[in-house]
Design a protein around this ligand. Sequence first.
Ligand SMILES: Nc1ncnc2c1ncn2[C@@H]1O[C@H](COP(=O)(O)OP(=O)(O)OP(=O)(O)O)[C@@H](O)[C@H]1O
Ligand SMILES: [Mg+2]
Length: 321
Amino acid sequence: MILTVTLNPTVDRVIEIPDFRISRVNKIKRERIRIAGGKGINVSRMVKILGEETLATGWIGGNNGRFIKESLKREGIFTDFVKIREENRVNITILDPVKRGETHLVDRGPRVSPEEIETLKKKLRKLRKRVKVVVFSGSAPRGVGKDIYYFLIREFQEDKIVTILDTSGEYLKKGLKANPVMVKPNEEEAEQLAGRKMNLKELICWGRSLGRENRIKIVVISRAEKEVIVIKEKEKVLIIDPPLIEPLNAVGAGDALVAGFAVGLARKEKIEKISSLGVAAGAASAESGRESFPSLERINELTKRVKVRNFWSLKDYEKIK
Ligand SMILES: Nc1ncnc2c1ncn2[C@@H]1O[C@H](COP(=O)(O)OP(=O)(O)OP(=O)(O)O)[C@@H](O)[C@H]1O
Ligand SMILES: [Mg+2]
């Protein structure tokens, strides 16, 4: 089973307001989307499409928490959340078809108590027995230390479960120290961690040392429509060209990519096959946007169009522009 951990789930709403203005009364024309969100939850959604068993956990509370749980149930996604006292957040995207603008209102989210942190740890210990792959995604709500993933990953490592970390900033920096099996920064997150801008070659070199220094088996660096870098066991480097598609909305494409890797790893496939599935799932998600979900047929079709290049030696890298 593939377990996803979303510490800060959301109710994601996308509403339409033509000619949206600040400091005015704005009438909502219609609500386009109201779904359970949060990065781990997005991963579970794609894992289900890809045909593997998945379970979503994390903290939920209040009416929004109830909505998250119930809407996932309607989607056929199994959940086992820890209930908290405060209420989950609602993130709102305002689409303005007249000015063609997009405004994001990002909620702060609940504060979690030390007892609630302990309850989640206990829950994870119980679930651990059934887990092949665990995915930790996104940031954490208030009251939780930046080293949360360090502690959670360490517990799973002991059982030889495949651990995947997809987060940014301090959460990533501290989480890395627990030696997760895989990390997936996007280009921006990689540059933030490195403290400088990097081109393709520099990203590869940086990714290799990140893997070596933190004993991370698979480092994946995604760059939207550009090449995806996959570094396996410090040495082998794959450069993958995503298929050419018409993107509708790339929000969550990274989560879909992580889901593809989680599924491939759970099936113990070869890294080339795992990577193709991940990249195709990412592309499929970017082209279907968020009002509909891609089909498995479409993902399989895109998988065939993914181009994987293999590099073994330093000399090979020199050929990269
Ligand atoms: N325009 C696009 N065309 C083809 N594939 C895309 C496109 N945008 C995204 N993808 C696919 O999705 C993957 C992940 O995208 P991206 O690098 O934007 O992730 P991300 O920034 O982590 O996204 P998020 O955090 O919003 O989920 C890419 O590596 C690629 O495989
Ligand atoms: Mg991401």
